[in-house]
Structure formats: structure tokens, C-alpha cells
Ligand binder design. Structure first.
Ligand code: FAD
Length: 460
């Protein structure tokens, strides 16, 4: 559907790089994806997939596999110092609606997310990038690979970002550290995320969260030199740790770039923004960076590629603000306040590109759903879902209650007529062009605007 793009090198096969590879695959853009680690990532690290990410995975045709691999967040169980327990939830479960069929965060260990995203992707493991220019990368094998586009999805310490000389502004909170380990445990039920308060009664002394689809728990505790089995036994002697797997010490690091693009080179995911884990936003934001960049790279259009930074940089800044607020709460109000996930922004469904360079809102009285918004799902009159119509790499024209003339569009654009009462937030007849990544691009009552917009986003 798009013009032929150039050869792309993706640096890093974390969730961001893998999502981009999947996007490029479906647009048939030739690419190589290199990963300096000799094997896939093995830790549970970012385990919360937000509702908007679930919609992206649905569009990529992967959602069923994630739903099978994951589970809803379990209720929390605090083990109180004097004995006894108190249960609460990070967020009350939300009922699916016509507009949001997967409204709850899904827990999937990050290694499993990586495994599912990597299925069928030709990742070159054990191959690191050591140098980057505008049109080539040097691999640690000595090979120089020429490329039209280069994407640094190489995490917080990004070699690509450093090669571009792009700063990573923000703060590192050296004192705020957390030890995380994937452990085998006996003597503890898997129906709760168990937490024990620290000595001050406010901070978290120990957390043990059952990881779905595995027999492990994710252990979190302030850094310690003591063996974990001993530490856990101090909190509850009836619990035994029988194996300690992937372990890391995490330092609160809150930073972002001022630019996402330098010529032919782009940054995405943790290479562009790192968050506090409070709120579970980092991996999700990276996946959605890649989802935004993928179809634009496929067009090879310079001006369209500039909109990647214009759209995603403000999103990263906003997400950083929310996770930083939650992080401060943890320091100031205690662990329980920071763990709450009931802010609707965390689910990432309200994130939008309103007012951005690709939001063409032409209606005089636009109603709730506007150009730049995520296109919500809907039940159609033939019983199908709107997401079934949108799924795939194409753009879609929705003619809502429309009785006027239709625009003449390239063959790849799918067209669907909807009754006026089908979409939440649309009350007047109109034409809506939905971008390949599921956001309303153009909203109008003039078919010529749709033709202009299709040309702007380079659909063929
Ligand atoms: C404790 C903790 C809990 C978290 N919880 C959540 C959560 O609940 N939800 C959430 O959304 N996020 C969470 N996150 C954040 C999440 O883990 C990251 O945001 C996510 O891993 C970012 O993905 P990425 O692909 O951008 O980068 P990464 O996962 O860091 O992947 C980058 C890849 O690039 C490779 N690489 C690096 N340099 C090179 C090079 N020179 N050449 C080739 N390859 C290279 C690396 O080996 C790595 O595999 C958490 C993070 C931590 C630390």
C-alpha cells in the first residue's frame, strides 16, 4: 500500500525493536534486527501490559497468544506486622465495553512478551552495534551495514543515542534502589501479590508477585547483601525460597531525550525515555513508539517521518510526568499509595495526538471523538467489531451516517459505512479517515479533505 521504503537496521531486540520488526514485516520493508545479548531477555521486569498495548497487539494479530500467556493482576495481600492480613486491589476490575473490549492491565512476564513478539522475527543475537553514522552501523563483528534508516531501540544506555550526541535529560535517584529477582517459593498461595511492610511500616519490605504461566514469583525488596532465602524467612518463616533466577538491582532513573530523530536515525522506547516502574508505563510506551514509527518508515516519506517525534515526544513527556508523580508518592506517602493503578491515564486509552501535525479536524462542531483520538471499538450492525475492520496495516475510511458523495481513494484504503449511532462520541454525519495505527486522522464533511489526507499519509 505504501511506497517502497529503504533498508532499515533495528538496533536492539527488546519489546520496542521487536514490535517495530513486526510492523516492518507486514509492510514488507526489508530490515535487519541485531541484538547484542547472545540470547533473548530472561527476566520478568516489565510485567504490566496496558489496555492500549493490548489493542496494538490485537491489530498485530497477537492478542490471543498474550491473553493465554497472561492473567489479570491478582489482588494485593498485605501481611501485617502483628499477624493477620489485609487485601486490596491496585485498581478495581473494569467491565469490557463496546468501546474498550480489553479494559484491564494484563500481567505477562517481560521475557514472555519478548518471546511472543520475537516469534518468526529473524533476530541476530550476539551482534552488537558499536558505531553509527547517518547511513551505516558498524557491528562488533567488524561488518559495516549500510542502511537507509537506522532505529535505536537499544534501551536506556543506548549506543545509538550516544552516537547521535543526543542528551538524556532528567534525574537518577541513586538512593532509591530496588532488588528484583525471579524466584521459586514454597509455602505461599499464587492467588495474591503478597507484600510485607518495611521496618518504618510505610515502605515495602518485601513483595512476592506470582508470575502467570510460570511457577515463579517476582520478588522485590530494598537492596540487601543477605541471601534472599534468609531475608524472606525473617518476614515469614513458613515461606521457603528454593531457587533464585534472573536478578537485577534497579535504580530509579527518570530521563528523556529532546529529539527522537537525527536525519536518518530514530530513537524509540527506553533509548528515548526511561521511567520509574511505578505505574507500569515504560514497555508500553516503547511498544507504541514502534507502532507509530513502523507505518511511517514504510512510506519512506521524510515529512511524515518528522511527525514521529512531534507525536511521540509529548506522549513520553506526559507518561514520564505520571510515573514520576507515582514515584514521588512512593517516597512521600509509602509503597501502597504508589502501587495504586487507578488513574485512567495509566491504561493509555486516552492518549491522543490531538492538535498534532496529523490531526485534521475540519468539523465545525466536532463532538467528543476528534481527529487525533484513538479510534474506539464499536459493535457493528452485522455483529462484527470495528476493530475487526481496522485490524491490519491499511487505513480505513468510515462513512458515518453519510449520504453525500464519496471520495475516490487508493485501493488499499478500506471503506465502511456505519449507521449514525454506531460510534460513541460521533453524533453528526461525517467522514473519518482512520490511520493505519488506529487513530482518527481526518474528520470532515468534505470528501476533498479525505483525498488530501490520504495523499498526506502516502497511502497508495
Ligand atoms: C523493575 C522494573 C519494572 C518494570 N515494570 C514495567 C511495567 O510493569 N510495565 C512497563 O510498561 N514497563 C515496565 N518496566 C520498563 C520496561 O522493562 C522497559 O521500558 C522496556 O524493557 C523497554 O523496552 P525497550 O525494547 O525499549 O528496551 P530494552 O528492553 O532495554 O531492550 C533494548 C535491547 O537492546 C539491546 N542493546 C543494547 N545496546 C545494544 C547495541 N549496542 N547493539 C545491539 N543491541 C543492543 C539490549 O541488549 C536489549 O535487549 C519496568 C522496568 C523495570 C526495571
Amino acid at each position: 500500500m505504501f511506497t517502497e521504503s529503504g533498508f532499515t537496521v533495528i538496533v536492539g531486540a527488546g519489546p520496542t525493536g521487536l514490535t517495530l520488526a513486526r510492523q516492518l514485516d507486514r509492510y514488507r520493508v526489508p530490515y535487519r534486527i541485531v541484538e547484542k545479548s547472545p540470547h533473548p531477555f530472561e527476566g520478568s521486569r516489565g510485567k504490566g501490559l496496558q489496555p492500549r498495548t493490548l489493542e496494538v497487539l490485537d491489530d498485530l494479530g497477537l492478542l490471543d497468544r498474550f491473553l493465554t500467556a497472561g492473567s489479570p493482576y491478582p489482588p494485593m495481600r498485605a501481611h501485617l506486622p502483628g499477624g493477620g492480613t489485609r487485601d486490596w486491589r491496585l485498581d478495581e476490575p473494569h467491565e469490557p465495553t463496546a468501546e474498550a473490549p480489553w479494559p484491564n492491565t494484563l500481567m505477562v512476564p517481560q521475557w514472555r512478551t519478548g518471546e511472543l513478539l520475537a516469534d518468526g522475527i529473524p533476530v541476530e543475537y550476539g551482534v552488537g552495534v558499536t558505531a553509527v553514522t547517518q547511513d551505516s552501523v558498524t557491528l562488533d563483528t567488524g561488518e559495516v551495514v549500510e542502511a537507509r534508516w537506522i532505529v535505536g531501540a537499544d534501551g536506556g544506555r543506548s549506543t545509538v543515542r550516544k552516537a547521535l550526541g543526543i542528551g538524556f535529560e532528567g534525574e537518577t535517584f541513586e538512593e532509591e534502589r530496588l532488588l528484583i529477582a525471579d524466584v521459586l517459593v514454597t509455602g505461599l498461595d499464587r492467588e495474591h501479590w503478597h507484600v510485607w511492610p518495611g521496618a518504618d511500616g510505610r515502605s515495602m519490605g518485601l513483595g512476592l508477585c506470582p508470575l502467570p504461566g510460570t511457577d515463579r514469583f517476582q520478588l522485590t525488596t530494598p537492596p540487601t547483601d543477605r541471601p534472599l532465602a534468609e531475608l524472606v524467612a525473617d518476614f515469614d518463616p513458613s515461606i521457603t525460597i528454593t531457587d533464585v533466577g534472573w536478578t537485577t538491582e534497579f535504580r530509579a532513573n527518570i530521563r528523556m531525550v529532546s529529539r527522537y530523530r537525527s536525519g536518518n536515525v530514530f530513537l524509540a522506547g527506553d533509548a528515548a525515555h526511561v521511567h520509574s516502574p511505578a505505574g507500569g508505563q515504560g514497555l508500553n510506551t516503547g511498544v507504541q513508539d514502534a507502532y507509530n514509527l513502523g507505518w511511517k518508515l514504510a512510506t519512506g516519506d521524510d515529512a511524515l517521518l518528522d511527525t514521529y517525534e512531534a507525536e511521540r515526544l509529548p506522549v513520553a513527556a506526559g507518561v514520564l510526568g505520571i510515573s514520576t508523580r507515582l514515584h514521588r508518592r512512593q517516597v512521600e506517602e509509602g509503597a501502597e499509595a504508589a502501587m495504586r493503578r487507578d488513574d485512567p491515564a495509566l491504561r493509555q486509552l486516552p492518549l491522543n495526538y490531538r492538535g498534532g501535525p496529523l490531526a485534521a479536524e475540519h468539523r465545525a462542531d466536532p463532538g467528543e471523538l476528534r481527529a487525533g483520538d484513538r479510534m474506539p471499538d464499536a459493535v457493528l450492525d452485522d455483529g462484527r467489531r470495528l476493530f475487526d475492520v481496522l485490524r491490519g496495516p491499511h487505513a480505513t475510511l468510515l462513512a458515518v451516517g453519510w449520504t453525500g458523495g464519496m471520495p475516490t481513494l487508493p485501493g488499499s484504503v478500506q471503506v465502511r459505512h456505519l449507521a449514525l449511532d454506531t460510534l460513541a462520541g460521533v453524533r453528526e454525519e461525517c467522514l473519518l479517515l482512520v490511520r493505519p495505527d488506529g487513530y482518527v486522522g481526518c474528520a470532515t464533511t468534505d470528501p476533498r479533505h479525505i483525498v488530501e489526507y490520504a495523499a498526506l499519509i502516502k497511502v497508495r
